[in-house]
Design a protein around this ligand. Structure first.
Ligand SMILES: [Zn+2]
Length: 188
């Protein structure tokens, strides 16, 4: 119920169930254009270099000053993989190779789908890019689990670290539950 105005003519909308639909939609009361609201896609990339994982420290909310794998919202006109590669370039100034799908995570409470890739650094060059104060390679045992930004990246990264031991990487599709009570404690 977040849309107030028609993006076609600017007139106000009302939430109604259109004919032959079964959900409330923002319907323009002048031109009757229906604005659909659908999940957003986030692309992310776990990057390995000689047994270490590249993480960036966030300079923006939410979860400012926490570590995360490069990740961000997909842009129009790009593929999921291209989006992940772009986020890597933007946030940790790195180029990657051997990019492979690693996981698809549904965050239903936020209406988001996070698509995780895994990749290797193409050259040992990286640094702090956009929205990042620091970029660092971590040995698995040194990953700052208590200071990671989001449960979804922790879920993906923990599996990655486990699968690194054998080199047998799998792909998983999973729902991630947000614990709002836990988030409130973080924010205190
Ligand atoms: Zn309209």
């Amino acid at each position: 119920m977040t849309i107030k105005f028609c993006n076609q003519c600017g007139h106000h909308v009302e939430y109604q169930i259109p004919e032959s639909d079964n959900q409330l939609r923002a319907v323009c009361q002048k031109c009757f254009y229906v604005q659909y609201e659908n999940p957003l896609i986030v692309n992310a990339c776990i990057i390995e270099h000689k047994g270490r994982i590249l993480l960036g420290k966030r300079t923006i909310e939410p979860r400012k000053n926490c570590w995360n794998v490069p990740a961000g919202f997909m842009e129009n006109g790009e593929s999921t993989q291209a989006g992940a590669v772009r986020e890597v370039k933007e946030e940790v100034l790195a180029d990657v190779k051997n990019i492979t799908l690693f996981g698809v995570y549904n965050i239903i409470q936020r209406s988001q789908v996070h698509v995780y890739f895994r990749a290797e650094l193409d050259s040992p060059n990286y640094g702090a890019g956009a929205e990042t104060s620091e970029a660092q390679l971590f040995l698995p045992e040194d990953i700052p689990w208590d200071n990671m930004a989001f449960p979804v990246s922790v879920t993906a990264l923990k599996r990655y670290v486990e699968e690194m031991k054998t080199g047998n990487f799998t792909i998983e599709e999973k729902d991630i539950l947000i614990d709002y009570e836990m988030l409130r404690q973080f924010d205190r």
